[in-house]
Design a protein around this ligand. Structure first.
Ligand code: IVH
Length: 719
């Protein structure tokens, strides 16, 4: 029999569970002791008696309750706390959910000029003249966290956080506690995903922090952190006790269209019972957009909730559809951000960190200072030129003022990014302060740190012998967009590396063979038990099957980010084809090189980096050892089966009259074609407009089918 009754907390004779937010310090202490006793016994029973006394779900629930209490009362954390044991991080408790449609982020505009360029880009893409009407909506950018609510037949069935945009966390129970979120909606499409922002008002935030302080708990840094921390609670009773709110501003999967315009959709969302922001306005041109931005900025401090900019969206949904998306952001929307907040503080030290590609990155250690509600004590200093007062092209920055240890510096935060340094006050400089001398040797392994021509960055030449590079590579390898192994995060990687258990990625996949039995068992190590060790081994096992995109990104090849890895994987489809191409390619010439460059988004720098990684003996040996343990899944091509161009390589040349080149390219890609910039033997189709030159001639020479714009439009008509 499992003992479910452990949920009760006996206080003053009552045995009901007290919400964590309502616990006094004494009650919390008592509750932590009680939970520790139950969990400890359950753990011993599980390991020694082979007769579990608690089922997994109850065990996990109690562990989560204990962890949540520790978050509220960090000082009460017990020595025997199970919270930090691997695989038990509180966020591990949420089920993962794949979004039916990706949750995207927004491109940024920082100046009025950026807004005019946004409008000009859209007009160009759509082939609109300056006189063609083009309406936008402008609305505040709420500083909270995004949430996707899925309604099926009018019933709220699922709520998910954004996560990495593709996979989020299931927070349905928690979302249901938010009063602004309807549980049922009438007359909505059968499948209806509403998206918006969860936030906390400034007033509620202040009251919550007062309660936190009164209870001896750590206050939240700002309303956004408080909202995020409250929504991502494993105990929904805590979420319920927190004053969360919601604004709807977008949607994901919908079974039927429910509006023709963005503004119409907002009105519909309001009808369905969702709060929408009443500062949303239709603007006719960029001048209106900027004017509305200014009026919102003027009211910013009186709104009662935090915003960090204004979001502009093309109003006509048909045009939104034509404009489509870049890899992670829509072409039809942009966030016009408010200027970052600034603060002066003392630069205590400059430290050098060594990254996975060997880059020596200077980091400013600052006297802690509050910037935009967050305490900042580190900032990036980019590279040695930046410290010396020179920009990327040798031009002067900060009028040439260099930065020295001990200086007073001005710090700013823009969004979620690492804080930066804007200026230095040399009038306050100590007479003895010396210019910073950037190291010529790696501080981690002592190898020479060299700066190649044209590279702003000095790099350690130690490669895998450099412990910093090796661990950073491993951390990248297990990261979220890479292998994403549950229970194997940065902390564990460092631990394993320090003990020599894992030095390269391949070692992860032999860990079980080496350490599951015998003297050096993982389960005997500090912080690990049988359960967590088993969990880790099975999480690793799961990842032997991996997508080509994730594998390629995980290799950490310089210049190859997640989006590029996706494009390259989509092009070659299989590991075998990719490996063959990169092994036989020569830098700067030949068919393989041309093919690499034909991939949209791959330039000479990335292509060179890929070839070097596959043709360097040590790198290659490490890759081969890894792949031997894997089953690499072919890239799933986003092909439209009904499209006559799906899987075909097409090239556009000459001018187009009825569609801009950018739109033609985006349409072709949406129909599953690969759009290339140059003609090769692999080209299937050339679309040539007036003025087509050498490409058309080359296509004739190679016998490639050539059509004009009208034939192209006829071919894709109605798709
Ligand atoms: S629209 C496809 N509208 O900003 C575009 N986003 O930086 C969907 N955000 O992830 C987003 N207020 O969490 C949109 N009025 C607003 C917003 C808003 C806040 C957030 C959202 C998004 C992030 C992008």
């Amino acid at each position: 029999m499992y003992a479910h009754h452990y949920w009760g907390l006996t206080v003053n004779g009552s045995s009901e569970t007290i919400a964590i937010d309502d616990l006094t310090v004494e009650q919390a202490d008592q509750e932590l002791a009680r939970l520790a006793a139950i969990l400890g016994k359950a753990n011993r029973d599980y390991h020694t008696a082979d007769a579990p006394t608690l089922d997994d779900a109850t065990f996990d629930a109690l562990k989560r309750r204990s962890a949540s209490i520790e978050v509220r009362f960090p000082a009460l954390k017990r020595k025997d706390s199970l919270t930090d044991t691997v695989g038990a991080a509180p966020s591990d408790g949420f089920q993962k959910i794949s979004h039916a449609q990706r949750m995207l982020s927004l491109g940024n505009a920082f100046t009025d000029e950026d807004v005019f360029e946004f409008d000009a880009r859209i007009r160009k893409f759509l082939g609109f003249s300056d006189n063609d009407g083009l309406d936008y909506t402008a609305e505040p950018k709420i500083d909270g966290l995004s949430l996707s609510l899925r309604y099926e037949n009018g019933e709220l069935v699922q709520a998910a956080t954004r996560g990495d945009g593709e996979v989020g966390e299931n927070v349905t129970l928690n979302a249901k506690t938010i009063a602004d979120i309807p549980h049922r909606i009438a007359n909505a499409p059968t499948i209806f995903e509403v998206r918006g922002e969860v936030y906390m008002s400034t007033q509620d935030f202040a009251a919550l922090n007062n309660r936190q302080l009164a209870a001896g708990a750590k206050p939240f840094a700002n309303p956004r952190n408080a909202a995020a921390g409250s929504l991502r609670q494993l105990d929904s009773a805590i979420t319920k006790s927190r004053p969360l709110r919601f604004f709807a501003y977008a949607w994901g999967e919908i079974s039927t269209a429910f509006a023709q315009t963005q503004s119409g959709a907002m009105a519909q969302l309001k009808n369905f019972g969702f709060p929408i922001n009443d500062l949303t306005k239709i603007c006719k041109n960029p001048v209106d957009l900027v004017a509305h931005y200014q009026s919102i900025e003027e009211r910013r401090s009186t709104l009662g909730y935090d915003i960090d900019g204004v979001v502009y969206k093309v109003d006509d949904l048909e045009l939104q559809k034509r404009l489509g998306f870049r890899s992670t952001t829509p072409r039809w929307a942009i966030a016009h951000k408010f200027p970052a907040e600034l603060a002066w503080t003392r630069l205590n030290d400059i430290e050098i960190q060594v990254g996975r590609t060997g880059a020596l990155s200077p980091v400013a250690r600052l006297a802690p200072v509050t910037v935009g509600g967050v305490v900042v004590s580190n900032a990036t200093l980019h590279n040695e030129d930046y410290i010396a007062g020179r920009g990327g092209d040798g031009e002067l920055i900060r009028e040439g003022r260099d930065i020295r240890v001990g200086d007073w510096v001005q710090v700013y935060r823009a969004g979620d990014v690492i804080p930066k340094i804007k200026d230095v006050d040399i009038s306050k400089r100590d007479a003895n302060a010396a210019p910073f001398s950037f190291p010529a040797f790696c501080p981690e392994c002592g190898s020479a740190a060299v700066r190649e021509d044209g590279d702003a960055v000095r790099r350690c030449t130690g490669g895998l012998i450099c412990p910093a590079q090796a661990t950073e590579r491993l951390k990248h390898f297990v990261g979220r967009a890479a292998f994403d192994i549950d229970g194997l995060g940065a902390k564990q990687v460092e631990q394993f590396y320090a003990d020599g258990w894992i030095t390269t990625p391949a070692d992860i996949f032999t860990l079980k063979d080496r350490y599951s039995t015998g003297l050096q068992q993982l389960k005997n190590r500090e912080g690990w038990g049988e359960k967590s060790a088993d969990k880790l081994f099975s999480a690793i096992e799961d990842k032997r099957q991996i997508s080509l995109r994730r594998l390629l990104f995980a290799l950490g090849i310089r210049h190859v980010g997640d989006a590029s890895a996706g494009l390259i994987a989509g092009h070659y489809s299989s590991w075998a084809a990719l490996e063959l191409a990169l092994t036989s390619a020569s830098i700067g010439e030949g068919a393989e090189w041309d093919e690499l460059l034909s991939i949209d988004g791959v330039g000479a720098v990335m292509a060179t980096s890929l070839i070097l990684a596959f043709q360097n003996d040590a790198e290659r040996a490490s890759i081969d050892r890894l792949v031997a343990h894997l089953n690499v899944q072919d890239a799933v091509k986003i092909e439209n089966v009904d499209s006559p161009v799906s899987g075909k390589v097409v090239v556009f040349t000459g001018t187009m009259d009825r569609m801009s080149r950018a739109e033609a390219k985006a349409r072709a890609e949406a129909l599953g074609a690969k759009v290339s910039g140059s003609i090769s033997a692999k080209t299937d189709l050339l679309i040539a407009g007036p003025g087509a030159g050498s490409k058309a001639t080359k296509a004739i020479g190679l016998g490639i089918k050539t059509i004009d714009e009208d034939e192209w439009l006829a071919l894709i008509d109605g798709l």
